[in-house]
Design a protein around this ligand. Structure first.
Ligand code: 9MR
Length: 378
């Protein structure tokens, strides 16, 4: 990994020459310039994950960026079971309702994230009062109640749901989540069945990270084909797209776009971001942590020009790849509005200053997207 990053630095001067605008960390975007959605929105939805501050009026600058540049939003956290259904008999709708209203008021498509996920799982969901795993019947009923209630509340308002998130590991095997441990592989078709019953018009997605990995790719193709063969609705396969400077390889990512499209589903890039720092951990398993060390936080005062240039170049390459496959890709969503919002500032090491998104900490657009807008507008 270190070798690869150093390799990038060797070629950085060349990148800086070809991407001259990258020399400045950011440049103000003129207000008469089109937004990202104005330029690319006819190819695929252009989305971002939003946090509660952008929705509750605390972060108005972030909310303004959302309105100006994006035509799709997804809840970064407030619809996860731990947040929206913290106790068995209590739902917390405040933040989710606000997000859905924000979408309605601003003509922005809303995606629901996520119904069945092992992480941020409400603590009561899969255990009994004594803390022991519940029976298969009980878990099925709890899944059904949860999905019916959450999906049902936003029927007609949410375009589609990440129904199952991160069910498969990089080697293609099933993750041993509580759902898998108690129900086996059947938890996936069940979740899709319940979601469809709750809102027959809603699109339904299956979503995961590291989707460029061949074994994972093959498993998802087989899994989705199986769901479809059972007559279940699956509209899209979500490739989260948490990236770094040395992963994934563009052609492996492309192979997955093509393989997923071969199932007849749309492909969605659902959580796009790219770490600009040396890689500590690939993928996006939120449970992974690295202890803080100053030397692992190399750019606390801003990205060096050569690293910024290389980051912009890689982002351009991936965005051009998404454009190339826009007949297959129905949405490209960033995982956060501006660098300061990103989960990557805390993962895999807390307190690491990151630069993974399209907008910097001052909400200014980074050069690669300015250049793409210039190239494709009109
Ligand atoms: O960005 C989210 C972060 O704020 C949360 O603390 C974290 C905890 O579960 O989840 C992050 O979002 C994850 C998403 O829901 C699923 N794929 C991986 C994302 C990054 O961890």
């Amino acid at each position: 990994m270190t070798k690869r990053i150093l390799g990038n630095l060797v070629f950085a001067p060349l990148a800086a020459l070809t991407l001259t605008a990258c020399a400045s960390t950011s440049a103000p975007t003129a207000t008469d310039e089109p937004g990202i959605k104005d330029v690319f929105g006819d190819r695929f939805l252009v989305g971002t994950a939003v946090n509660v501050n952008q929705m509750n009026g605390t972060d108005t600058a972030g909310a303004d960026v959302v309105k100006r540049h994006f035509n799709a939003i997804v809840a970064e956290n407030c619809m996860k079971s731990e947040e929206i259904h913290p106790e068995k008999d209590r739902y917390n709708w405040t933040d989710a309702d606000r997000l859905v209203s924000f979408g309605e008021e601003n003509g922005i498509t809303v995606t629901g994230h996520c119904l069945i996920w092992h992480s941020q799982l409400a603590p009561w969901f899969a255990v009994d009062d004594a803390g022991n795993p519940v029976s298969a019947d009980t878990l099925r009923q709890r899944m059904k109640d949860h999905i019916y209630t959450v999906v049902g509340r936003y029927k007609g308002k949410i375009k589609g749901w990440d129904v199952v998130n991160e069910a498969i590991l990089e080697d293609g095997s099933y993750r041993h989540s509580p759902f898998y441990e108690i129900l086996g592989e059947e938890f996936i078709p069940l979740a899709f069945q319940y979601a469809h019953e709750a809102d027959p018009d809603a699109e339904l997605y299956i979503n995961d990270y590291a989707m460029n990995m061949p074994a994972k790719r093959d498993r998802y193709v087989a899994l989705v084909n199986d769901l479809k063969a059972r007559g279940l609705r699956v509209d899209a396969i979500g490739m989260q797209g948490h990236m770094g400077m040395d992963y994934p390889e563009l052609d492996e990512f492309e192979k997955s776009i093509e393989a997923f499209a071969s199932t007849g589903c749309d492909v969605m890039i659902t959580e796009w971001d790219m770490s600009a720092l040396p890689t500590l951990n690939r993928g996006a398993n939120v449970g992974d942590h690295v202890d803080y060390a100053k030397e692992l936080n190399p750019y606390p005062d801003g990205l060096p020009e050569d690293v910024a240039a290389e980051w912009n170049r890689r982002m351009t390459d991936f965005f051009e790849l998404f454009l190339k496959h826009s007949d297959k890709i129905s949405r490209v969503t960033l995982w956060g509005v501006s660098d300061g919002d990103s989960w990557k500032n805390d993962w895999p090491m807390k307190g690491r200053k990151e630069y993974p998104l399209i907008f910097d900490r001052n909400h200014e657009m980074k050069p690669f997207m300015q250049q793409l807008i210039e190239k494709y507008k009109s």
